[in-house]
Design a protein around this ligand. Sequence first.
Ligand code: ATP
Ligand code: MG
Length: 584
Amino acid sequence: MRTSQFPLSTVKETPADAEIASHQLMIRAGLIRKLAAGLYTWLPLGLRVLRKVEKIVREEMEKAGALELLMPALQPAELWQETGRWQQYGPELARLKDRHERDFCLGPTHEEIITDFARNELRSYKQLPITYYQIQTKFRDEIRPRFGVMRSREFIMKDAYSFHADQESLTETYQLMHQAYSNIFNRLGLKFRAVVADSGSIGGAVSHEFHVLADSGEDAIAFSTGSEYAANVESATALFKEQILVPAHEKFAKVATPTQKTIAEVSEFLNVPVSKVLKTIAIVRIQRDDEGNENEVFYNLFLRGDHELNEIKTRKIIGDFRFATEEEIIANHGCVPGFIGPVLDANYPCLFDLSVKYLSDFVCGANQEGFHLRGCNWASDEHTKVFYQKALAKQSFYDLRNVVEGDLSPDGQGTLTLARGIEVGHIFQLGTKYSASMNAAIINEAGKNQIMIMGCYGIGISRVVAAAIEQNHDEHGLLWSNSLAPFQVVICPMNMHKSERLKEATEQLYQDLLAAGVDVLLDDRKVRAGFMFSDMELIGIPHRLVISDKGLDAQTIEYRARTDSESVDLPLAGIVDFIKTKLV
Ligand code: ATP
Ligand code: MG
């Protein structure tokens, strides 16, 4: 391709709404343009990258034996009603009506559609296992579309679905897909981790997420220093060791904390470590019966001040909940938020995080505005003792918190460290969640009707492009790997328009590289060298060749990799072979 026929759309200004590097650079390098919130046009340059991701994904899916199909983006509500997700899926589901007033949605995912397809197409266990995949546009009316194509409302996903007669077969395909995903992210040249994940609303028991490691990642992931354990903080656990309750050192006292409401303020004011301030969280548990009636119960959760509540773990224990309102807190604690603590004769349930079990000499709210209690001890001070014994008797200690740096790995090997990641892929063992509610069955070996077992496997194709940039960029622009680069090599001729000889040599080199199968861009614009170079650095072409009259005199050409700080002069004759060695 020549820049005269492939106009670059680089821009100088960093868009005001672009908060992270990948979003800024994708606009500045001319890969995408915004249409509206969460909606982007891929420019020819960006699309080349997107297609490269798709190609690698497609090749690895085919290698894993998956079959490509293409399902409609527009989906009838009836199928979503069969699985109950028409009600469950919130406003993220883009719903619409057709001209006959029938309900439809724009697919955020395709479990319902593929399960409907499979129940019609698959009859016998002999057709199993089978895996289908598609690369297709998804719609999610995200509450906060942001970071460009990283979290957009319309995006490209590779989604695959597998069907099985037994769990063993699902496990086998799941492992095959896990391996295919690792191959894909390795081929894309990304630093990534597969982590144990919460399977969320899609359901199923076993699930892994694939994260591209980057500081700006929205997810926190935890890995063990001593084992293979890696999990999303949403579901990561730490080993809890039973201890002996430490005896009290401090005297129990009620102390004035006139304006200190937050854990940090109380900790500073009373000169007590944050870890020794008890965090009391008032919530309201929402129970729904079969008829959809809601019953609300006030609860207290207790955590160490330095720990964060993990809502996902908590929901797994008690189901859905919301945070209590100020009125509800006053009604149950007799005081405003900021000063609440254990209510010793509470007539509502209390749950304790495990790490609170052996807390000693701690501070908690006094349930009186402007006061906290210090020197609290589960074992010695009479009030908390009774409370604690009640908790012990009811076995109200649970894992309610996010793991933190330094926690023991749950397998007992090593400690946990935390990193940020961008979720680019997610694989699930769904089991019969969709096939049971949609009655997707086959005739099994024994001649009986049997519900199929399913797996599903997604990759955010468009997000991969943004994640790759987030991980690989510098102050000058993008840094593509050979496999993702829109063009692998750029030829920059110096003042070609003034030299016929140079023009000919440049054309020859361009043709030779094309013939060698190299994805080459020839910058034939009549622009200054500096301008050319900064454009090529911005769009991140991994290999640059500068050809000049001076070089021709010496039969050399100047080469510089995008990640090198210096360029080198190489013999012109061997340059195609040299480039080939750089691309393997
Ligand atoms: P997230 O937690 O980031 O919202 P998710 O759990 O909703 O992701 P899945 O339903 O597992 O995502 O979708 C599969 C893949 O699609 C994700 O791993 C991610 O790479 C991509 N993806 C999901 N939502 C978006 C979005 N709004 N924009 C771009 N890519 C997305
Ligand atoms: Mg989501």
